[in-house]
Design a protein. Structure first.
Length: 219
């Protein structure tokens, strides 16, 4: 792990409503630190606590769950502009997952306590940044709550219909596009892709829905 050259951070919801020219000033006031990582390097280990959270600046990171036998399950991928470990930094609890670099990557680290405490050097957009972080945390919480609701259904058919019904309500139409491809939907519902395709095929034959790629219509 080594310090990377100073560079502008990638576009991110964390900087919403903040003029681009103000972002470097704001980050300097918060003493944000940019670091680079090699492929396969572990950024955070399960079981450790951290007061910092990261913003992926370059490359892709992996969130993995390690079992007692040493095997690891990929839970999510973090791409440039996305945050990770912010909930653990806010809660002060040990991480239940590890974070590693899928490829050469760079991360902008921010101290949660410094971000949420008044700071004379952070500039006028400190409060905006804090509000953006709280909004991101809230949206992730809502996302996870919805996923738990879908996964609690007994069968894959019920899980699929639960998710698609929620999207129809959220978008206010029986015809809508989902933000996931077929593999992404399978991963979200913790299902095998071929099993998911079979369920969707049966629902279409039964006239429950029609679909083309990620566009669906509930009948």
């Amino acid at each position: 792990m080594e310090k990377a050259k100073t560079a502008a951070p990638p576009p991110s919801p964390l900087f919403a409503s903040i003029p681009p020219e103000e972002v470097p000033v704001l980050l300097a006031g918060l003493q944000a630190e940019r670091r680079s990582y090699q492929k396969g390097e572990i950024l955070l280990h399960a079981g450790e606590t951290t007061g910092r959270f990261g913003l992926a600046a370059a490359g892709t990171l992996q969130i993995v769950k390690e079992d007692m036998d040493g095997s690891a399950t990929l839970l999510a991928q973090i791409r440039p502009g996305e945050l990770f470990a912010e909930a653990f930094a806010a809660a002060g609890l040990p991480l239940s997952v590890s974070v590693r670099a899928e490829e050469e990557a760079a991360v902008l680290w921010l101290d949660y306590r410094r971000l949420t405490s008044p700071c004379r050097d952070a500039g006028p957009f400190h409060a905006v940044l804090t509000g953006n972080l709280l909004r991101i945390l809230s949206r992730k919480n809502i996302f996870l709550t919805g996923r738990i609701e879908h996964l609690s259904r007994r069968t894959l058919r019920e899980k699929v219909l639960s998710y698609l019904s929620e999207e129809a309500v959220r978008q206010g139409s029986r015809s809508f596009a989902i933000p996931l491809d077929r593999q992404g939907l399978a991963d979200y519902l913790a299902a095998d892709r071929s099993a998911l395709s079979a369920v969707l095929g049966r629902l279409r034959r039964e006239g429950v829905l029609t679909f083309r790629k990620n566009e669906f219509t509930l009948r």
